[in-house]
Write a protein of this length. Structure first.
Length: 195
């Protein structure tokens, strides 16, 4: 997917989320100041909106590229104009923070948000944020290896059992192929090992 398409899709998703947030009953959006502050503290602790910092710069870069491609003779003017307008729009980033806080205040109580912020600001919480994605990838790899081993051992065991009953099934049974997107070169457990 091209950068322009990603920016358009992300912009559409943000717009849809904003429309949905605005469409909710006013009572759902009437959170106390302390509740909103707890939501912002939780968002900050989670770095929940950091991933959106690239939206405006990416949109600006995509717009520059598109306009310069169509009008290469205006490259300096396009670059200057897009940069100026991008800086002028940077203040709108606060709107996203406000909407995100509103979403969190609807989903969590003030006490829950305070506890979330406290945990993710703690040493273990910070470590979970930094190491969590790595650990998750490793768990997925372990599960894929385990899956292949279990499928192989199940096929072998069933094949041996069926071979006792019918000579037709005495041929070795091979497990169904696993996910073709699994990383190449991933080791499988030793033959005969099952969990």
């Amino acid at each position: 997917m091209t950068l322009v398409n990603r920016v358009r899709h992300l912009s559409a998703a943000v717009a849809a989320a904003t429309v949905m947030a605005l469409a909710l009953p006013a009572a759902a959006q009437d959170a106390s100041e302390t509740h909103v502050k707890a939501a912002r503290d939780a968002l900050d602790a989670l770095n929940a909106t950091d991933q959106f910092d690239v939206i405006l710069p990416q949109a600006a870069a995509a717009l520059k590229a598109e306009l310069i491609q169509k009008n290469p003779d205006l490259q300096q003017l396009i670059t200057k104009t897009v940069d100026e307008k991008t800086l002028a729009m940077a203040a709108r980033r606060a709107d996203l923070e406000k909407e995100a806080a509103n979403v969190y205040t609807r989903a969590f109580t003030e006490e829950e948000l305070t506890a979330i912020a406290a945990f993710y600001n703690s040493g273990p919480g910070k470590k979970l944020l930094t190491e969590g994605p790595i650990v998750t990838r490793q768990v997925i790899q372990a599960a894929e290896i385990w899956q292949r081993g279990v499928a192989r051992d199940l096929a072998q065991t069933v094949g041996e059992e069926l071979a006792k009953v019918s000579p037709i099934t005495s041929q070795p049974v091979t497990p169904a192929p696993t996910d073709p997107a699994a990383p190449a070169g991933t080791a499988t457990p030793a033959q005969g090992t099952s969990n």
